[in-house]
Design a protein around this ligand. Structure first.
Ligand code: PHE
Length: 337
């Protein structure tokens, strides 16, 4: 029996076959277990002899199986290492290097400019309450100017913010009605528009707000002028045109000149030579008051601009949808080397 079993162990070619041998000879239904189970039927003299013999045979087979198992495992490991070995002489595959999205770069550029003028960066929720998106900005329920911004409502009181202006009200609330404010807030906004070359149902804005004692329209103009010159070039001029927003009074729209000057003089780009780039104004007294600031003591200015529009003007992008369709050929043009 023993030599038969050892022969089978030697023949086993893999771990599975070896396991079968183990079960056949040492298992519950194997011959050795049977012998040991039948011990009761033997005479007193036979019992120790047969018992010892059976145990020895079991030990021997078991050891042989273990030795074989170690050998098989080692072989399997070696084979695996051999199969997985790496040819270090193969040429490498080029790694695609990504870069920031054009919009991300523009927003960072805007942030850097305003941080340089002492502004802090704020954020607010994209799912906004009707109160902050409209009411706190002097747009009570039923106000006709709400139609200027077709909204995605979630419930009667919740919507996707249509502009970053609610962060004006939120920031002023945080400052408790007496600390000065000097912040910008970049973020995504949503409007129920049909997408085309100049409209997108989702786009970005950067809001700005300054509140303190003695803030004047000339402060607004100075800050925006500094911004325009740094963003588009020192040869650019700005002009403010009267406009209307319920949360600012007076309200303006700002244009930048699109005069392009080169070696042989200056040429004016198409149309009037001016391009509108943002909305702004002096914070409406009602807005200050609702946020807890005394409009007889404090005044402020606010502005809101669209980074897509700024990027389109700066780089001559002709379709707002390029920012969202993620064609790598478009995006790659704006990766800095
Ligand atoms: N929230 C306005 C818009 O989305 C822009 C704006 C911001 C105008 C701040 C004035 C002051 O059109």
């Amino acid at each position: 029996l023993q030599s038969e079993a050892l022969g089978k162990v030697q023949q086993a070619e893999d771990l599975k076959a070896l396991q079968d041998v183990r079960i056949a000879y040492l298992g519950k239904k194997g011959p050795i277990t049977e012998v040991l189970r039948g011990m009761g039927k033997l005479s007193k003299e036979e019992r120790p002899v047969i018992g010892q013999l059976a145990n020895e045979v079991r030990e021997t087979i078991s050891e042989a199986i273990q030795t074989k198992q170690n050998k098989l495992e080692e072989e399997a490991l070696e084979k695996q290492l051999e199969e997985e070995s790496i040819d270090v002489t193969l040429p490498g595959r080029p790694v695609q290097i990504g870069g920031p999205h054009l919009l991300t770069s523009i927003i960072e550029e805007i942030e850097d400019l305003f941080i340089g003028m002492g502004f802090e960066i704020k954020e607010g929720p994209e799912v906004e309450t009707d109160y902050y998106n409209f009411e706190a900005l002097n747009l009570p329920k039923g106000h006709p100017a709400r139609d200027m911004q077709d909204s995605f409502y979630i419930t009667e009181e919740l919507l996707l913010r249509t502009h970053t202006s609610p962060v004006q009200a939120r920031t002023m609330k945080q400052k408790d009605g007496h600390e000065p404010v000097r912040m910008i807030c970049p973020g995504k906004v949503y409007r129920r528009d049909t997408d085309d070359a100049t409209h997108s149902h989702q786009f970005t804005q950067v809001e700005g707000l300054v509140v303190d004692e003695n803030i004047k329209m000339s402060d607004l103009k100075g800050v925006l002028n500094a911004f325009a010159k740094q963003m588009f070039g020192s040869e650019r001029d700005i002009r403010l045109r009267p406009s209307f927003f319920p949360f600012t009074e007076p309200s303006v729209e700002m244009d930048i000149s699109c005069k392009v000057c080169g070696g042989d003089g200056c040429s004016v780009c198409k149309g009037t030579g001016w391009i509108e780039i943002l909305g702004a104004g002096m914070v409406h007294p009602n807005v200050l008051e609702m946020a807890g600031y005394d409009p007889n003591v404090y005044s402020g200015f606010a502005f809101g601009m669209g980074p897509e529009r700024i990027a389109m003007l700066k780089y001559g992008v002709d379709d707002i949808r390029h920012f969202y369709t993620n064609d790598i050929r478009f995006l790659k043009q704006y990766h800095k080397a």
